[in-house]
Structure formats: structure tokens, C-alpha cells
Unconditional design. Sequence first.
Length: 130
Amino acid sequence: MFTGAHVLLTSENPEADRAFLRDVLEFPHVDAGEGWLIFKLPPAELGLHPQEEEETTHRHAGNPLLGGVLYLMCDDLSATVAALRKKKVRCRRVVAAPWGKATSFRLPSGGEVGLYQPRHPVALQLRSRK
């Protein structure tokens, strides 16, 4: 039924953030026209969390859309942070929680992307039901 998911991030400087994803994180991409890059992401999973009161809601045709946060996942957070450091990407302090270890890093626009090594079961290898 579904062929994929399209994650939409808003940015105060989308051109700089697109260049970062393309050149630093080296995400494969297509140009949808006029430099509007669409990036291939690693396999994904979806979790639903309660909405905080102060969170803003995006709208489509006047209807509220779910809010979102992007966390990239990795198998070895220490190694991933070290690899990012070599590319001059600074990560925040690593925080340990029962669900995993997490940090974040800043995009050129100032927005943050989460990065974590899960300790919980992941859904990445599950096959879709038909």
C-alpha cells in the first residue's frame, strides 16, 4: 500500500542545511528542481510520543499535522561521534537513558538533529505485512 515515508524538516537556512546533508553527511540525493534536494535516508522506524503543550503544529489544507523530531540511529554512538568530529561536526554531551545513549548535533541553520544508539528492540528489520 505505501511505498515510503517523506520526512519534512523546516529550517531557517535550508540551502546551508541541504549542503551539510549532501557534503558532510554524504546522504545520496536527487535534485527535484532549482536546487531543491531530496535525500535518501537510512531505514526508518516510527515512534509516537505525547505532544508537549508548547510544540507548534504544522498544517496541510487547514488540518493539523503531527509534529516530528529527527533522530538518526547508529550501532556505536562513540564511533559515530568520532567520525563526525573528523568532519568538524561537534556533538552535544552524550546522555544515557534506559532506552539508549543520545546526543545531537547542529546544522548550519542552528537546528539540531538527534543521534542515538538504541538499547530497546528496533523495528528496522521487520517486514511489512501484505
